[in-house]
Design a protein around this ligand. Structure first.
Ligand code: PBG
Length: 325
């Protein structure tokens, strides 16, 4: 107790502070999400996410080489499709955008970890994450019909060279279904990073325009209610039981309690996703002169690690890797 105890003793110099620092963030921990659009020639800046552009498919190889040269170790690919339909069939085509961009990225930087976001919302004309059909007289996103398509989609992604399959559709049973499909296709060695606890969040706002998704309605019948912490644990533990290799909480900053709760109950690697709205809040506040962007970014990434994340998906990943910590 004070005056014997003086916590300020270990804060006196920079060197002392770094000796007792409990949490660090490194390039190895970060995954950079990328938006790749087919059928365009020049990058399209995303107004809601200053500093982020849609990469033309034709420039993807060059862009991936540059990203890898900057020191980024892992990317998550999102396709922006010009071939949308009711079911997202383009993702099941070995010559569709998902397969092509995965192959291109992998060829351009073989050492880069290439992850695919496995979902349908960027490839359906209604913007939902699965097949819409009639369930008890009501139009709904059909769970089990979507599972069948997901099983096919992940094999297309793995055949194209994806290092990690990351399903984000929030269908019940998707992890078990995907694991069986991958194993059945000879991809026993391809890990699954489950978007295991994913909330129906307003923080995805900028992503909708970034990914060209015109969603009708909302995702509340499949993504989680942001108010539920116990159910959040169940979602992740269920995915672990179904065979997930890694778990995730999404969004990040508003859900650190959930992250810490899952950390306490699983031995699997755990990811946090700093989503588009979190990125936008920092960017716009910094542009208005209200915040120091670099320091706030490092503080938020540190918060994810402190709360128990091993990996972090962040649109700031490239800047942070390039500029150091
Ligand atoms: C696809 C998907 C979304 C995000 C990642 N994968 C959108 C959504 O679920 O509505 C959001 C990412 C972000 O906001 O940065 N299902």
């Amino acid at each position: 107790m004070f005056p014997t105890t003086r916590l300020r003793r270990l804060r006196r110099t920079d060197a002392l502070r770094s000796l007792v620092r409990e949490t660090t963030v490194a390039a190895d921990d970060l995954i950079l999400p990328l938006f790749i659009e087919e059928g365009i020639d020049t990058p399209v800046p995303i107004a809601e996410m200053p500093g982020v552009s849609r990469i033309p498919e034709a420039r993807l190889a060059r862009e991936i080489e540059a990203i890898a040269r900057d020191g980024v170790r892992a990317v998550m690919l999102f396709g922006i499709s010009h071939n949308k339909d009711a079911t997202g069939r383009d993702t099941l085509d070995p010559h569709g955008l998902l397969a092509r961009m995965t192959r291109t990225a992998k060829d351009a930087a073989p050492d880069l970890v290439v992850m695919t976001d496995n979902c349908f919302c960027e490839y359906t004309d209604h913007g939902h994450c699965g097949v819409i059909g009639d369930a008890g007289g009501e139009a709904q996103v059909l769970n089990d019909a979507t599972l069948e398509n997901l099983a096919r989609q992940v094999v297309v992604a793995a055949d194209a060279g994806a290092d990690v399959i990351a399903p984000s559709a929030m269908m019940d049973g998707q992890i078990g279904t995907i694991r069986r499909a991958l194993d059945g296709a000879g991809h026993e060695g391809v890990p699954v990073m489950a978007y295991s606890t994913k909330f129906a969040s307003a923080f995805y706002g900028p992503f909708r325009s970034a990914s060209g998704c015109d969603l009708r309605g909302d995702r509340k019948t499949y993504q989680m209610d942001p108010m539920n912490a116990r159910e959040a644990l169940r979602e992740s533990l269920e995915d672990e039981a179904e065979g997930a290799d890694m778990l995730m909480v999404k969004p990040g900053l508003a859900y650190l309690d959930v992250l810490a709760g899952i950390r306490a109950r699983t031995l699997l690697p755990l990811a946090a996703y700093q989503v588009s709205g979190e990125y936008a809040m920092i960017k716009f506040a910094a542009a208005a002169g209200a915040l120091d962007e670099g320091r706030v970014v490092r503080e938020t990434l540190g918060a994810f690690k402190r709360a128990g994340a091993d990996l972090i998906l962040s649109y700031f990943a490239r800047d942070v890797v390039r500029e150091g910590f």
